[in-house]
Write a protein that binds this ligand. Sequence first.
Ligand code: ADP
Ligand code: MG
Length: 706
Amino acid sequence: MSVSSEKRDWPLRAPLRYVKGVGPVIAAEFAKRGIETVGDAIYFLPRRYEDRRFLKKICDLQVGSREIFLAEIVHSAEHGMGRSRRRLFEAVVSDGTGFITLRWFHYALPLFRKEFQNRRRLLVCGEVKSFGPRFEILHPEIEWIKEGEETDSLHMRRIVPIYPEVGRLSAKTVRRVLKSVVDCYGLQVPENIPHEIIAQLHLPSIPKAIAEAHFPGHSLQETEVARRRLIFEELFLFELALALRYERNRHEEGIAFSIQEDLEKRLRAMLPFRLTAGQERVLKEIQADLASVRPMHRLLQGDVGSGKTIVGFMASLSVVNCSYQVALMAPTEVLAEQHYRNLYSYAERLGFRMGLLTSEVKGKQREKLLKELGSGEIAYLIGTHAVIQEGVRFHRLGLGIIDEQHRFGVLQRTALRQKGKMPDLLVMTATPIPRSLAMTVYGDLDLSALDEMPPGRKPVQTFILTDRDWDRLLRFLKAELARGGQAYCIYPLIEESEKVDLKNATQMAIRFSQDLAPDFQVGLLHGRMTAEEKESVLIRMKNKEIHLLVSTTVVEVGIDIPNATMMIVEHAERFGLSQLHQLRGRVGRGSQKSYCFLMTHPGAALGATPTSQRLKILTQTNNGFVIAEEDLKIRGAGEFLGVRQAGLPDFRLANLFRDARLLAEARRLAFDLIRRDPNLSHSSHQSLRRAVVDSSPSPLKLLFSG
Ligand code: ADP
Ligand code: MG
């Protein structure tokens, strides 16, 4: 990093404790919230604002509305209430025009005793209720007033910012620190966005936006615009990084493969089905990229079961045929092994070597594999994260394929590319991200979509059940197994309590074995098993030696057993909709009618809670895109995509769903700008260039370094 940029950014990088009025204790509390520098504090915005310009008199308070007023303590004490003698703390306050009672059921008695002194003045805020003839407020927000503070311009008689809580600091302290930060440093924040863009969008300058977003002047509308400005900046820098990357990719020189139809024809003859029109189209798109000298950066999106694997494999054949290597990376061992098992025999019959590399491959076996990979004897490597580990060297990697991209981040994508010299890259995902979002999230990739299912698929009929339905469910299960079908029963896995979940899954397997004995076999699959154990369970399932497979969510992605027709999901309410859709996608893969049972607690099943509303969507549609859209609405983009997993920056202010329109605007303007000035070399873009390339939000840097 150059000295000048360091100097220039210095104010934002200054530790918070350099700020006037911030001692080590306060700095430590902020640090716990991840706010360590002045820059962090500047982007720590109020969660809401409170209009304290017009305080009410107690006599004018209205029952049912949220009110703010000044008062003084008349009397306070702890009481026992009702027959249970539940303890509560009460304070009667007055402002000379009337009395009102404040009540707390949760409080720290010593502190309250110390603070609630008669005649002490305070600001009270909360919803007024009537309690018999009297007015009361339960758990009001209060702020103590010191002598002469009614005229204080920071906490009173203005629109006051309400910040998220910072450790044990009082609301006033937090406000004072931020005031100090904004006053001392707000003016020094560099203006990154070109003037014409600011003007075009009618946005305020950065210092003005910062001041207004923290300490509103006259109207909340202006504050809203100020916040938009800050959010826009965040999104714009992000899109600019994507645009720069996209632009750079466009000029890279990679390998131009010649597309050879011989192997492809032979593979087609081996397949038990014909590719759908959608698959053919996507194959053509990929092949066009392979044939071009520009390295491919393509995202293949297709709903669960749409048949992405075979498309990726067929496209690979041209690469193998040109004596280059292919690497296919999957997020789990189970999935990597399945791919290997499915594709191995094709590779063998087509005359090239395939290898499997997971963390389970160790010692001599691993050594041999790596040697054959380095010499080029192995043409096609399938594996997990192990593929991008340091010691793994390819002879000539020509194509990297990442399956289930949503489980990997940008870093892994980059690492895989670096295993070769400008190899082509195909990433596949079954998370049907709405197109608009995909464009922004994976904005540096070209998109292909498989929007059609292989023929003969029937929608999976879905039901919401509770434990009370157990007997019915069991009867249904027996009938389905007797007919020759197979079933899964899935347990959610919550990382912190893996042991408990495992116990649950194990117990469930035992319960099922008892209920289904002696006619049917029950298998158990979970993350703690070794690769061999998992493999053997899956093979037995595939061979129909196991009829019901009880499993933790390791089967979530990709497992393909077409004869399975029934999916039971325990504690369905703990899953996201898209994840449930993925799980459900494990059935309905063959020609038989399939069923999915979402088990939940009675409250949720009755349709009364948000959870049940959510689950109901699954009973109504099998369309992954519709489900994803709903999921996004409910959970927000971060959670939906699993921010860290998706390699997305953890936006400080923006919410990809709420700010979708602003995001689209940011994208358009950013790509526009890069088209005009591909390297940001124009003198008026220097500040912008620095902001993108070496500014503090590290996710941008990460994105840029690929
Ligand atoms: P996903 O897109 O979820 O990764 P897969 O690639 O696992 O889906 O394919 C799901 C199943 O559909 C596999 O059993 C595969 O063999 C089968 N399949 C793929 N393409 C077709 C097709 N055109 N016709 C029939 N079955 C197909
Ligand atoms: Mg797949």
